[in-house]
Design a binder for this molecule. Structure first.
Ligand code: FAQ
Length: 323
């Protein structure tokens, strides 16, 4: 972790009061004084999170028309729609930090902002829909349950609602997995193959290891994060391996073993070169995902124009009524 920057001297008293509030477990609200670094860190993290929810609609959206039954189609459609809602809650929360959503979206579309590495992998079979719900939403829940206690009020409150919905997502995904696990040999093979592809990228969702995480120091100090990347990754593995055993499938890690003394499922080395390549835009679907978002943004221009015209008309009417 990198050393923290020193605040300007004239802010020292405000900073001390701010940190005392955080130490007392108080929630920081939009109009409260906050250090510029706190605002910047939150804006970075919340906007990346919102972008992830929206880009995260693409891999699953790919399967809505090919879901194997009407029931599955309805569930998947509802899930993908929920992810759009999550993006909106978090963009709204991010806007309370003083940056307009249109600027945040620009940063995504021109490649300045990141979104979660996991959504740069393709969805090749129906089993991927089960495995994304189980592993990807499962990892998101582990991360976000802790973020629901983040020091910034609008982010924490968005997480409470999002986690409730993510729990449904995980259950629908795990249910798809149980059906495949109890199905034909071809279905079991399809499930195993999907787990083989998504296991390691799911572990990478928690970010670099603690020794290589430049933002963790500040975020932990100001209680935006309450657990480190490695702590949350370990918690996810501990929760998930018994679920894999219950499904009767293998986790693709020859080094995975239970440490009886600690109760942890110890896992093998993560290929960080793959993680960094994906972050640098060289994942299997980076270009496709950004191209799809850019196209959607362009095609949605008329909706934004119509909404702005409608709002202007309403404002003008209110102005006339008030006069
Ligand atoms: N992918 O110093 P750290 C979901 C970047 S939502 C891409 O450790 P930090 C729901 C990081 O930004 C999934 N980039 O960073 C769903 C930083 O770059 P920067 C999204 C990553 O912030 C399910 C650099 O590496 N969830 O799945 C990743 O302390 C199904 C150094 O890293 C959130 O965003 C990554 N995996 O910790 C939707 C949760 N990891 O900005 C649809 C909120 C790290 O300095 C379908 N975010 N980077 O240039 C967090 O909890 C944190 O931001 C971490 C990263 C843990 C992601």
């Amino acid at each position: 972790m990198t050393p923290l920057p020193t605040p300007p001297a004239d802010d020292a008293a405000l900073l001390a009061a701010f940190e005392a509030r955080i130490a007392a477990g108080e929630s920081i609200e939009p109009k409260d004084w906050m250090p510029e670094r706190y605002r910047k860190q939150l804006l970075r993290m919340m906007s990346q999170h919102a972008h992830s929810e929206v880009v995260g609609m693409l891999p699953e959206g790919n399967w809505i028309t090919r879901a194997p039954s009407l029931r599955r189609k309805l569930a998947l459609l509802a899930k993908v729609q929920d992810e759009a809602g999550h993006g909106l809650y978090i963009y709204c929360g991010a806007e309370t930090l003083g940056t307009d959503r249109s600027e945040l979206v620009e940063q995504l579309l021109d490649g300045r902002a990141k979104y979660s590495s996991i959504f740069n992998y393709p969805t090749l079979s129906w089993a991927d829909m089960g495995v994304i719900g189980w592993l990807v939403d499962g990892a998101a829940i582990v991360n976000q349950t802790v973020l629901a206690k983040a020091s910034y009020g609008p982010y924490a409150r968005a997480m409470v609602r999002i986690c409730k919905e993510e729990n449904f997502h995980k259950r629908q995904g795990y249910e798809v997995c149980t059906v495949l696990a109890n199905g034909t040999p071809a279905q079991r093979e399809m499930l195993q193959e999907a787990v083989n592809r998504f296991w390691w990228p799911s572990l990478m969702m928690f970010g670099p290891s603690d020794t290589d995480s430049p933002n963790s120091g500040e975020l932990l100090k100001w209680r935006v994060k309450r657990k480190t990347n490695d702590e949350l990754r370990q918690r996810f593995v501990n929760l998930t391996v018994p679920q894999a055993i219950a499904l009767g499938i293998t986790v693709p890690d020859p080094d995975l073993r239970l440490n009886e003394a600690t109760g942890d499922w110890e896992f093998g080395a993560i290929d960080w070169s793959e993680f960094h390549a994906v972050l640098q835009g060289h994942g299997p679907c980076n270009q496709e995902r950004l191209a799809a978002r850019r196209q959607a943004h362009e095609e949605g221009a008329w909706v934004r124009e119509a909404a702005a015209a409608h709002a202007a008309k309403q404002d003008a009417r209110r102005g006339t009524a008030a006069a």
